[in-house]
Structures are given as structure tokens and as C-alpha cells.
Design a protein around this ligand. Structure first.
Ligand code: HEC
Length: 118
């Protein structure tokens, strides 16, 4: 019986590890390498207009339910999509519509947003 259970547990772990990239899922360690103070100032000038109140179906900053499912993509994907822009249910403009922002500034702003719900 014990052997069957451990075999089942092992297969479950195996299936899970196949399905999920080991580096996906956002963790505190991922955002530790970003500058959150800079992120907050970038956020205030370039991201808050949509993300504070969820304009155009933007995930609301600080609203856990809007973010949890997105964390499975991992931090790098969240940042890349914010740099490139993307359309799923709404329209996230590249760099929040501010082409002057560097990749680092966008990354810092994403980290600041993530920090509010992590
Ligand atoms: C014009 C409105 C607007 C602005 C400004 C804006 N966003 Fe967004 N953002 C959106 C919308 C809408 C979505 C959801 C798009 C969707 O899921 O279809 C989104 C989604 C996101 C996501 C989630 C990505 C994902 O994969 O789930 C992140 C992270 C993000 N924005 C970061 C930023 C950052 C950082 C800035 C500022 C530099 C910014 N946004 C500025 C509208 C905006």
C-alpha cells in the first residue's frame, strides 16, 4: 500500500514538473533584483492611469485576484509582455505607451506592481 502511494506521489510530482517551468511562478526572490523605489515613480507616471482603477481591463494594482493567475507565467514573461505590449482581453500598450522608458524602468515598475500583491 505504502509503495503504491509513493508511486502515485512520484508520478504526480513528475507530471507537475513536466507541466510547469521550474523558473515560472513569481517569487519574492525574483523581484528582489529590481529597484522598487524607481519602480514606484515609473508606475506613478506611466502605469497608474490604467492599473490603479483597472481601466481597459488592466489588472488592478493591489487586487490579489487580478494577479494570482498571471504569476504562473513567471517574472521574465510579465516584464517582456510589458515591454512589447500584448492583447488578450484588453490592450496593454508597449512600455505602457511611453517609448522613452528603458527595459529596466519597465521591469522596476512591474516589480513594484507585483510587490503589492505578492
Ligand atoms: C493604456 C492603459 C495601460 C497603461 C498605461 C499600462 N497598462 Fe499594463 N495593462 C493594461 C491592460 C489593459 C492589461 C491587460 C491586457 C490583457 O490581459 O489583455 C495590462 C496588463 C499588464 C500586465 C500583466 C501582464 C500579464 O501577462 O498578465 C503587466 C505586468 C502590466 N500591464 C504592466 C504595466 C506597466 C509596467 C505599465 C507602465 C510602464 C503599464 N502596464 C501601463 C493597460 C495598461
Amino acid at each position: 500500500m505504502g509503495r503504491i502511494i509513493s508511486a502515485l506521489t512520484l508520478s504526480a510530482v513528475f507530471v507537475l514538473s513536466l507541466g510547469l517551468d521550474a523558473h515560472a511562478e513569481v517569487t519574492a526572490a525574483d523581484i528582489a533584483k529590481y529597484d522598487l523605489t524607481n519602480g514606484q515613480s515609473v508606475y506613478n507616471t506611466s502605469c497608474a492611469a490604467c492599473h490603479t482603477n483597472g481601466i481597459l481591463k488592466a489588472p488592478k494594482t493591489g487586487a490579489q485576484a487580478d494577479w494570482t493567475a498571471r504569476f504562473a507565467q513567471g517574472m521574465n514573461t510579465l516584464v517582456k509582455k510589458s515591454i512589447d505590449g500584448y492583447t488578450a482581453e484588453g490592450n496593454m500598450p508597449a512600455r505602457g505607451g511611453n517609448p522613452d522608458l528603458t527595459d529596466k524602468q519597465v521591469g522596476d515598475a512591474v516589480a513594484y506592481m507585483v510587490k503589492q500583491v505578492l
